[in-house]
Design a protein around this ligand. Structure first.
Ligand code: CUA
Length: 333
């Protein structure tokens, strides 16, 4: 009995020490969303279990090694044990109950994360190789940086233009894939004002590692001011508007404006030039051609370029925006 009491004390001490040691390593980034609070408490419970199991095994092992070691003059074998039903029942039932309990906590945490707030603000997220674009349907503008008001649930409705990408801000903890042809949802309630970064967490090609965008969590007041400013700052001049859109939609990743060759044709001196298509025919890059190349790109592929790169922007840009982009391309003569 004395041995069990000593080992029990060792295990309790070990559990506390290991848990505090692991906790002091700073394993998790800042806790910047309501969803992170729920996930972190689950993580913390797991840390307790891990610490306890480690101490349980190492505690018994170390104690036995020291106290029950073979002493001078001892030559006989140890006691031969054939089995222990009580022990076997216990080490089946306790882990089973523990796993079910953890599953229950996990379910609770999942329900917390998926909880829908009817007053959530919708932000549409569009990903492509290799850019992020954020549309604010309530406000009627889009940006390449994500601004979010603090303490309000955000409903991110996400889709991809080409391959699978994944939206991940470590400080928010939650992560969700963006799948072409489908809309996926992610709910985030930012609770900490600050600057973060969204990274793509799904290998998506050459520049996957650089597929990042800034995320700013600001107070509701600041957000309202920013939104008003954003609305006012959309240039009325279609060429300037087009330049802004080209920047926001990642066009420059493939189309240069200085004549150099990229994954797509350069925009410099493109307008009104003769373009040879992959089927050998020649067209003039007039307004109709440029509009078509943005809204239905697969129908006219320029000779020497891959047919599967250019995303279809028909559902991303409205007609005025496409016209502004065309005006910008036409200005690059
Ligand atoms: Cu997009 Cu990796």
């Amino acid at each position: 009995m004395k041995h069990y009491v000593i080992v029990a004390i060792l295990i309790i001490l070990g559990t506390i020490l290991v848990h505090n040691g692991l906790g002091s390593l700073g394993l998790l980034p800042r806790q910047a969303s309501l969803q992170a609070v729920s996930i972190d408490s689950l993580f913390n419970i797991h840390l307790w279990f891990i610490s306890f199991l480690f101490s349980l095994i190492v505690g018994f092992l170390a104690y036995s090694l020291v106290v029950f070691r073979r002493r001078k003059g001892e030559t006989g074998d140890g006691v031969y044990i054939t089995g222990n039903n009580t022990l076997e029942i216990l080490w089946t039932i306790i882990p089973l109950a523990t796993v079910i309990f953890i599953a229950y906590l996990g379910g609770q945490s999942l329900a917390d994360i998926l909880r829908i707030d009817p007053s959530a603000m919708v932000v549409k997220v569009i990903a492509g190789q290799w850019f992020w674009k954020f549309q604010y349907p309530d406000y009627g503008f889009s940006t390449d940086k994500l601004y979010l008001p603090a303490n309000k649930q955000i409903d991110l409705q996400m889709t991809s233009l080409d391959v699978i990408h994944s939206f991940w801000v470590p400080e928010f903890r939650v992560k969700q894939d963006l799948v072409p042809g489908r809309t996926t949802d992610l709910r985030i309630t930012p609770i900490m004002v600050g600057e973060y970064k969204v990274r793509c967490a799904e290998l998506c090609g050459d520049k996957h590692a650089y597929m990042e965008a800034a995320v700013y969590v600001i107070s509701q007041d600041d957000f309202d001011k920013w939104a008003a400013q954003q609305k006012a700052s959309a240039p009325a001049d279609p060429v300037l508007r087009g330049e802004q859109l080209a920047q926001q939609n990642g066009c420059a990743n493939c189309h240069s404006t200085d004549g150099s060759k990229g994954r797509g044709p350069t925009w410099r001196r493109l307008a009104d030039s003769k373009v040879t298509l992959s089927d050998g025919s020649t067209v003039t890059a007039d307004q109709t051609y440029l509009t078509n190349s943005i809204s239905n790109p697969k129908s006219q592929i320029v000779s020497g370029f891959s047919a599967n790169i250019m995303p279809n922007f028909a559902n991303v840009l409205d007609q005025t925006e496409v016209a502004a982009l065309v005006a910008y391309i036409q200005s690059l003569k």
